[in-house]
Design a protein around this ligand. Structure first.
Ligand code: 8YV
Length: 313
């Protein structure tokens, strides 16, 4: 079959070379380039057989339902929380992800946010850039090496964070659905108790269950000397409670790569100095995005060849 007859919908950009490979094999339609997406959907929606999207963006049921010929949702990412898997299954639509290749990047960013937040790198940089060195006293930071680190979700990313944290002499505890005997880290079944016992709580859990893990109570337990770092999903946190806790000094600071309603970031968070912010950059390195793109291409190819895609969820 001539693959060029297959119509694909891209909800967000992919690296140039991956885009070129998609264009060589498929009819590519770019939803993100359209000011009037409904116009594009009215025109090509009935022909679309594949969607390429990101983990955070996913695909709404409303959009899925405008694509009657859809066979595959190829996620460039690991999170499936923004796709209704049951709805997709009921339509016989396959969903694929790109596991493994982004683990190191996300763990690296978690360490970056821990260091940036505790050592106040953003504030220091702003002070230097603003020409205020020697005029304004930044105050002392929080030592990173040797802290007690609580990891929420000891999956691939959580384990990669633990491995890196060990090199910083951090003592590691974790919370998750199950204890993982043999991990070598302290398990704490109660998230409030974990928050109470650590200096930094880092979120690396999946949001598939739709649950808010970091509640007011968890933030209270983290306390005025505790920090929250999130490289998983914004919706795992009660964002309003987080803003309040930060404003009132009931936690010490936060390092955030993800937010409830991206790309919206509550203005209060942008105003707070003790917060490090990133625009969802966990897997955003060229090397990793190329590997993710290659997996997306394999998954699409297998699906349209009538085979089981290698990374079907
Ligand atoms: C990116 C992610 O947002 O893997 C995920 O679930 O959230 C990130 O890697 C994204 O998927 C990039 O397309």
């Amino acid at each position: 079959m001539n693959q060029n007859t297959i119509d694909l919908l891209l909800t967000q950009p992919v690296p140039e070379s991956i885009d070129a490979e998609l264009v060589a094999a498929y009819q590519v339609h770019r939803l993100y380039q359209h000011d009037h997406p409904q116009q594009l959907l009215a025109e090509v929606g009935p022909r679309i057989r594949g969607v390429v999207t990101g983990g955070a963006k996913g695909l709404s049921n409303a959009l899925m339902d405008q694509l009657p010929a859809l066979e595959i949702i190829a996620i460039s990412g690991i999170g499936t929380d923004a796709v209704d898997l049951r709805h997709a299954a009921s339509r016989g639509i396959q969903v694929t992800t790109t596991p493994g290749v982004l683990t190191a990047d996300v763990a690296d960013l978690a360490m970056g946010l821990i260091i940036s937040t505790l050592r106040r790198l953003g504030e220091g940089e702003r002070l230097v850039r603003d020409g205020l060195w020697g005029t304004v006293n930044l105050g002392l930071a929080r030592k990173v090496s040797g802290i007690e680190l609580g990891i929420v979700g000891l999956g691939a990313v959580g384990k990669a964070i633990a491995k890196r944290a060990a090199a910083f002499d951090m003592r590691i505890a974790y919370n998750g659905r199950h204890e993982q005997p043999g991990s070598g880290y302290r398990y704490e079944a109660d998230l409030v108790a974990l928050a109470r016992s650590v200096d930094v709580l880092v979120l690396a859990a999946s949001a598939d269950g739709g649950q808010v893990l970091v509640t007011r109570e968890v933030l209270e337990a983290l306390g005025p000397d505790g920090y929250l770092v999130n490289v998983a999903r914004g919706k795992l946190v009660d964002e309003d409670a987080l803003v309040e806790a930060l404003r009132e000094g009931r936690i010490a600071g936060a390092g955030l790569d993800v937010f409830v309603d991206e790309p919206y970031v509550p203005p209060a968070l942008r105003d707070l100095n003790q917060v490090s912010l990133q625009p969802h950059r966990g897997s955003a390195t060229l090397q990793t995005r190329l590997e993710m793109g290659a997996m997306v291409l394999h998954n699409l190819k297998a699906c349209f060849a009538g085979e089981v895609p290698p990374n079907r969820v």
